[in-house]
Design a protein around this ligand. Structure first.
Ligand SMILES: [Zn+2]
Length: 160
């Protein structure tokens, strides 16, 4: 039953252009109207490797395309959620963060001091080694996030 999890976990990171085209096609196939603002939101989400919040995406786009509203960012995220193309990360404190580059479940490292989020590299097979026993369960999916202090924050205090 872990096979499925591992397969998803190891899904490749797409390059920005390929991923953008893919999402545009998906959204169009599902009948979403693609305004220039929505397209800009999709692009900004993919370009940002830092697992941005909606507000960060909005700030970034509104400089380039002032007609974009925060509501458009949320609408676009809702559309991506509806078609299963965005992963939400809830850091525990602060706003929800989004991963549009890799929408499949994968573990993250989350800094408790500055809120930095990055993908955790987990070797193939290590989820199986957790040894979870769940007889009779089906479609089990693991959601694992690690919380700690990132190197940048640790370095500030001279104890990195
Ligand atoms: Zn991620």
């Amino acid at each position: 039953m872990y096979q499925e999890i591992l397969a998803r976990n190891s899904s490749k990171v797409y390059d920005v252009d390929t991923r953008y085209q893919e999402l545009v096609h998906e959204l169009r196939d599902y009948g979403y109207r693609l305004t220039p603002q929505r397209l800009a939101v999709v692009q900004a989400l993919i370009e940002d490797e830092e697992h941005p919040s909606a507000e960060i995406v909005y700030e970034r786009i509104s400089r380039r395309l002032p007609t974009t509203s925060l509501a458009t960012v949320y609408n676009t995220l809702d559309a991506l959620k509806a078609i299963g193309q965005v992963l939400e990360i809830r850091p525990g404190q602060g706003p929800i963060r989004y991963d549009v580059r890799r929408p499949s479940r994968h573990p993250h490292l989350i800094c408790q001091r500055c809120g930095h989020v990055e993908d955790a590299r987990v070797p193939e097979g290590s989820l199986r080694e957790l040894g979870v026993e769940a007889n009779g369960w089906q479609n089990l999916q693991a959601r694992v996030d690690f919380q700690g202090i990132c190197p940048a924050c640790a370095g500030e205090h001279g104890d990195g």
